[in-house]
Design a binder for this molecule. Structure first.
Ligand code: C2E
Ligand code: CA
Ligand code: CA
Ligand code: CA
Length: 279
């Protein structure tokens, strides 16, 4: 057992080193990704209780030169650690506004909304408001069609600053959604203090709700709480009919997940939106 433990430790060290090397390599690659145009936004439709597309969430994709696709859950944490999330996040907002402008000009669905993920690191910057305001003005799109998805990672060090900042965003017309709701530790405090208009039920509660009683209860409770606070509620990660019917029964009316659509390139979303309107 002693021998094994030592070998285990050495193996662990080697793994750590490999891990560190991989992270460093990814940082180097990430630095080039923007200028090399390797990012693309995919869009995942959000569907209402009548099966109509009410909006979409923009999801970042990184296609490296060799064609390899890197998942955002792999590179966003590294982008946040290195500060690269700032230029990347700016690119995301600019690209998403530009795409939304095109969809609005094409006049497909008048009430179509676009959700954009904002990293807590990005939101916490002193110039976040200035940055998003100037991108908004440049794009000529109306903030009233944009939802900003934030997570519970946003800073609570200075909660008053966070609240003021969010109010400034809602004054501009943006809606604010609390993403991955229920996975952080201060959910209830946020609910009370922040000017939110939407909660997203995290997919970790949706995944097993048809088999796991406590997941089912948590999902139902989040929906009930959102409704009693007059917040919109979106369920993510809906893959099965049984999940959909459970969520619907409990009062959720907007859904996102593979059961309906996977995230797709803008062009495919175009086709879907045009089909959506021609009944
Ligand atoms: P998220 O914001 O919670 O996004 C939902 C994730 O669930 C997406 O993963 C989406 O593709 C995936 N998903 C959607 N429907 C289903 C389903 O039915 N089943 C399953 N198993 N998964 C589903 P994705 O695109 O890999 O993104 C992962 C995370 O990366 C996002 O989680 C978000 O936190 C982050 N991310 C993505 N794009 C951006 C971005 O532009 N900026 C920032 N800051 N973060 C982003
Ligand atoms: Ca999200
Ligand atoms: Ca989420
Ligand atoms: Ca998530």
């Amino acid at each position: 057992a002693k021998e094994g433990g030592r070998d285990g430790y050495r193996f662990y060290q080697l793994e750590m080193q490999a891990d560190a090397d991989a992270k460093l390599q990814m940082e180097t690659d990430l630095r080039h990704a923007l200028s090399a145009n390797e990012f693309e936004l995919y869009y995942q439709p959000q569907v209402d209780e009548f099966g109509r597309i009410s909006g979409a969430e923009a999801l970042l994709r990184w296609f490296k030169k060799d064609g390899e696709m890197v998942s955002p859950s792999e590179f966003i944490p590294i982008a946040e650690m290195t500060g690269l999330i700032l230029p990347i996040g700016e690119w995301v907002i600019k690209e998403a506004f530009g795409q939304l402008k095109k969809w609005k000009q094409a006049d497909i669905t008048p009430d179509f909304r676009l959700s954009i993920n904002i990293s807590p690191y990005q939101f916490d910057q002193d110039n976040f408001l200035e940055t998003i305001t100037s991108l908004l003005n440049e794009s000529g799109v109306s903030a009233s069609y944009v939802t900003l998805e934030m997570t519970e990672g946003i800073t609570v060090k200075d909660i008053h600053l966070t609240i003021d900042k969010m109010h400034a965003l809602t004054d501009l017309g943006f809606k604010i959604s609390m993403d991955d709701f229920g996975t952080g530790y201060s959910s209830l405090m946020y609910l009370k203090k922040l000017p939110l208009s939407e909660l997203k039920v995290d997919q970790s509660f949706v995944r097993d709700l048809h088999v796991d009683q406590s997941d089912a209860e948590i999902a139902a409770t989040i929906i009930a709480m959102a409704k009693s606070l007059s917040l919109d509620v979106v369920a993510e990660g809906v893959e099965k009919e049984s999940q959909l019917s459970f969520l619907t029964y409990h009062g959720c009316s907007v859904f996102q997940g593979y059961y309906f659509h996977k995230p797709m390139p803008a062009k495919e979303m175009d086709d879907l939106l045009f089909r959506n309107v021609v009944v």
